[in-house]
Design a protein around this ligand. Structure first.
Ligand code: NAP
Length: 304
């Protein structure tokens, strides 16, 4: 922790147990802010050291009002529906986040930093529509804001690594070369978000950012799978699912999903996967950690 405690402002983080939210808590503490991490439950794998943890229900305005009973200088929202149907995305990415914005306005909070996603540029999915509605509310709220729309995170590839380590092949949709992106490390994104606090160049603006724009970090989906195989020293074994077959499967699960919530949620997940593997998501680069470096380091750490 920064012992100087230069930044005695209070930063409240919602979505504090999330992949990015937890990194934002760590980064805010390191930068010397007084940090309040809002969570609905205590998770053992989350790092809250140096932060105050407050249990609350983000879907309940009364619960949020209690969290905001003291002066909050900055809110950073990393809240997001983990998976679900259209209504679930609307409930969390829009309505619950709006509850927090309303509480922040009431509180006189100075700045609201919202984690959104690059994919809202070309909206097609319920999660994107919910995020766009929230971005719009924030821009019209009369509070200083910063909206950050990042590219994909590394955890997507960590899940692939575990499957491949367990002997599964890497699955491609189509050739896996349809789209490229520059994914971003959670540490780099957290640094960018916390670095937006009181940053006059980032007030009332929207930023699209990705990880380093270097040759080894601008990857297609197939490239990233090949890096996964390389990182665990395995011969690449790739299976391609034709795009038409994947789309047909989405339609089938969408239909069955009318009768089964579980299948409906799975269908929504497939749609998101298809979208991400078929749309270019290049963005201005930030940070230093590349996907290759991250995967190599992860495997090295696991082996020591
Ligand atoms: N994955 C990507 O590659 C990618 C790329 C660009 C942008 N994004 C966007 O970045 C954002 C954050 O992503 P992430 O991977 O950090 O998300 P995440 O790990 O799924 O975290 C979501 C957070 O929201 C909280 N949350 C969800 N539903 C809740 C509820 N009903 N009540 C209270 N809290 C709830 C979760 O709390 P619990 O721990 O209690 O569930 C968690 O803290 C999302 O908006 C995502 O769409 C993702």
């Amino acid at each position: 922790m920064n012992e100087d405690k230069k930044n005695r402002k209070t930063v409240l983080v919602v979505g504090a147990t999330g992949y990015i939210g937890n990194a934002v808590v760590t980064e805010s503490v390191q930068q010397g802010y007084d940090v309040i991490a809002v969570t609905r439950s205590l998770k053992s794998d989350c790092q809250f050291s140096g932060a105050e943890v407050v249990l609350a229900d983000v879907t309940d305005p009364a619960s949020m009002a209690k969290v905001f009973h003291r002066k909050i200088d900055i809110v950073i929202s990393c809240l997001a529906c983990r998976s679900g149907l259209a209504k679930d995305f609307d409930d969390i990415d829009y309505k619950a986040t709006l509850n927090i914005l309303n509480a922040a306005k009431e509180n006189g909070t100075n700045q609201f930093i919202l984690l959104s996603a690059i994919c809202v540029r070309k909206p097609d999915l319920p999660l994107q529509l919910a995020k766009l509605k929230m971005e719009d509310e924030l821009m019209r709220a009369g509070i200083d804001y910063t909206i950050v729309r990042p590219t994909a995170y590394f955890w997507v590839f960590e899940a692939q690594t575990r499957m491949i380590e367990n002997g599964k092949p890497g699955f491609l949709i189509g050739t896996g070369d349809q789209a490229s992106h520059n994914p971003i490390a959670k540490q780099d994104l957290a640094e960018y978000m916390v670095g937006s606090i009181d940053n006059s160049e980032r007030i009332n603006r929207l930023f699209i950012i990705g990880g380093p724009e270097t040759a080894e970090n601008i990857v297609t989906y197939k490239d990233s799978l090949l890096i996964v195989f390389e990182s665990i020293s395995k011969e690449p074994k790739l299976i391609s699912i034709p795009c038409w077959l994947f789309r047909a499967f989405i339609q089938l699960t969408r239909f069955i999903g009318l009768f089964s919530r579980k299948i409906g949620v799975f269908s929504e997940f497939l749609k998101i996967t298809y979208y991400y593997t078929n749309n270019d998501m290049r963005a201005p680069g930030y940070g230093s950690i590349t996907i290759r470096q991250h995967l190599m380091d992860t495997v090295r750490k696991a082996q020591t």
